[in-house]
Design a protein around this ligand. Structure first.
Ligand code: FUB
Length: 448
C-alpha cells in the first residue's frame, strides 16, 4: 500500500490530520494482518501476514517482520518468509507464529499445498529476521481439514504444543526438535462450556470458536485466545489448568470492531518489559477493509483475578514508550512510529531502506532522547533528484525546525549532513521531505 499524497491525497490528508497522536495501525507502508509477537532478548519481534493492495480475497504471498524495543517505533525488517521458500506451497500465506528454541527460530505457517489443500509448514533460521528455510521440505501437519492458523507454545516443563484450525481446533505435542511431533493429532471438543455458543448459527458450528488460536500462560493458568463469532469476528478467550485443557470459556476480549474494522480479527498476546500487549488487526488504513487489513496493538492490564479485561481498540496505541531512540547511534530510516507517503524496499547490499519519497511525505520517530545537544545531522541517502531536502522538525509535522538537509545529487549512496539547532531532552522527530518528483532513497540517520 502506498499512502501517496498525489495518489490518495484525501486519504493522506485524513492521516495527516490525526498524525499527531495516532499510532494504530502500527504499520502504514503495507497492509499487514494476523500479528504474532515474539520476545527475544531485549527486542519484541512482530511477524505478520501481508495483504496485497486492492485485494478482494486473502491473496497473501509472504510474511513480514518488524522489531521494536520501545513499543512505539517499528523497524521494518522486510520480507521474512514467502511462499517461494516452500517448494510444495502454491498460495495462501496465512496466519503463522515464530518461536525460539535451542539457538534457532521456528516459524509455523499455513499454506495451500499442491493437491492437498491447507497444510502447516515450518521454516527455520538462526536469526529472528531470517533468512528462513523450509525445515523439512514438506508439510509438518496435514490432517485433511482446516489446517490453518498455527500457534506454538513451549511450556515451563519444555513440552511444546502446536494448536491450529478452522472450523476444528486441533493440537499436537511437538518434539524437542520442533520440526516433528509425537502422537496423534488431537481434536479439541468445541462445546458450550469450553467455547461458548455462536451469536448466529447459520453455519451450524457447535461453538463460538472460529480460528486463529493463540496459546499463552500466566501464573500457571493457560489462556487460549481466538477470533469467535462467526463473522464478523470478535476476540474471546478460554482458560485451562493444563496446556491441553479441558477449556473453560471466560469472556469476550475485544468486541467486533464496527468502525474501521475488518470482518476477521486475530489475537497475539505477549508480555514485554513488564507489561502485556494485545496485537490484533483492523481495516482502518485508507483503502482498508476485510482483505486489506492492518496490525494494531493496545496494552492489556490483567484483572487481579487473572481475567482479561475488555480491550477497547484505540487510535493512540501505546502512549507510554518502554524505551527511547538514541539519536547518536545509527538509526535505520525504516524505524517508524507513523509515516505518510513512503514505502520500503530491501536488497542484499543495503538491507531495508525507505523509497518513494516525494514532496510532503514524512516519517515520525517517537521519543528520541537527546541526552546532549547535537550539532550535526547526517543521513545516508541515494539522491534521485537535485532538488530534494529533509526538514528535521520536533514534536509535530510543523513543529520547531532543527535544521534542513539540502540533498546534493550524487551517484549512489552518500553520507550527507547539515548543522542543526540545539535541543535537549526527549522529543518526537519528524523528517518532512520537500522537493519535486521522486526525491531520494533513505537508508539511515544519526545526530553528532
Ligand atoms: O489472513 C488469512 C486468514 O484470515 C487467517 O488465516 C485467519 O486467521 C484470518 O485472519
Amino acid at each position: 500500500m502506498k499512502l501517496k499524497i498525489n495518489i490518495v491525497k484525501l486519504a493522506c490528508l485524513m492521516l495527516l490530520s490525526f498524525a499527531g497522536k495516532s499510532q494504530n495501525p502500527i504499520i502504514q507502508s503495507i497492509y499487514t494482518a494476523d500479528p504474532a509477537p515474539m520476545v527475544y532478548k531485549d527486542t519484541l519481534y512482530l511477524y505478520t501476514g501481508h495483504d496485497e493492495d486492492k485485494s478482494s480475497w486473502f491473496t497473501m504471498k509472504d510474511w513480514h517482520v518488524y522489531a521494536t524495543t520501545d513499543m512505539v517505533n517499528w523497524i521494518d525488517k522486510g520480507v521474512g518468509l514467502s511462499l517461494k521458500t516452500f517448494d510444495w506451497a502454491v498460495k495462501d500465506a496465512w496466519a503463522g507464529q515464530c518461536i525460539y528454541r535451542n539457538g534457532k527460530f521456528y516459524w509455523y505457517v499455513p499454506m495451500n499445498a499442491k493437491g492437498q489443500g491447507m497444510s502447516i509448514g515450518v521454516a527455520v533460521s538462526d536469526k529472528p529476521t531470517g533468512p528462513f528455510k523450509d525445515a523439512i521440505g514438506k508439510p509438518l501437519v496435514h490432517s485433511g481439514n482446516g489446517d490453518i492458523d498455527p500457534t506454538v507454545f513451549i511450556d515451563t516443563d519444555g513440552q511444546a504444543y502446536l494448536y491450529w484450525g478452522n472450523p476444528y481446533l486441533k493440537y499436537v505435542k511437538l518434539n524437542e526438535d520442533m520440526i516433528s511431533y509425537s502422537g496423534e493429532v488431537i481434536t479439541v471438543p468445541l462445546n458450550k462450556e469450553g467455547f461458548n455458543v455462536r451469536y448466529k448459527d447459520a453455519d451450524k458450528r457447535p461453538s463460538a470458536y472460529e480460528e486463529g488460536p493463540w496459546l499463552y500462560k500466566r501464573n500457571s493458568l493457560y489462556y487460549l485466545l481466538y477470533p469467535a463469532g462467526g463473522v464478523p469476528e470478535h476476540l474471546a478467550y478460554s482458560t485451562a489448568l493444563t496446556a491441553t485443557g479441558p477449556w473453560t470459556y471466560r469472556d469476550t476480549i475485544m468486541t467486533v470492531i464496527k468502525k474501521g474494522g475488518a470482518f476477521t480479527n486475530h489475537p497475539g498476546l505477549v508480555d514485554y518489559k513488564g507489561k502485556s500487549y494485545l496485537f490484533y488487526h483492523n481495516g482502518a488504513l485508507p483503502g482498508g477493509g476485510g482483505f486489506t487489513r492492518s496490525v494494531c496493538v493496545d496494552e492489556v492490564v490483567f484483572n487481579a483475578d487473572g481475567s482479561i479485561p475488555r480491550v477497547v481498540p484505540t487510535a493512540e496505541a501505546i502512549t507510554a514508550p518502554v524505551g527511547a531512540i538514541n539519536p547518536f547511534a545509527r538509526v535505520e530510516a525504516e524505524t517508524i512510529a507513523w509515516e505518510a507517503g513512503i514505502e520500503t524496499k530491501e536488497d542484499v547490499s543495503t538491507g531495508v531502506y525507505v523509497i518513494d519519497i516525494s514532496n510532503g511525505d514524512y516519517i515520525k520517530v517517537r521519543n528520541v532522547d537527546f541526552k546532549k545537544a547535537p550539532k550535526l545531522f547526517e543521513a545516508n541517502l541515494n539522491a534521485l533528484s537535485s532538488n530534494g531536502s529533509i526538514e528535521i522538525r520536533v514534536d509535530g509535522i510543523t513543529g520547531p525546525l532543527l535544521g534542513t538537509l539540502t540533498v546534493t545529487k550524487q551517484n549512489g549512496w552518500q553520507l550527507q549532513s547539515t548543522k542543526v539547532n540545539k535541543i535537549k531532552g526527549n522529543h518526537d522527530v519528524y523528517f518532512v521531505f520537500k522537493g519535486d518528483g521522486d526525491l531520494f532513497n533513505f537508508d539511515w540517520w544519526k545526530f553528532q
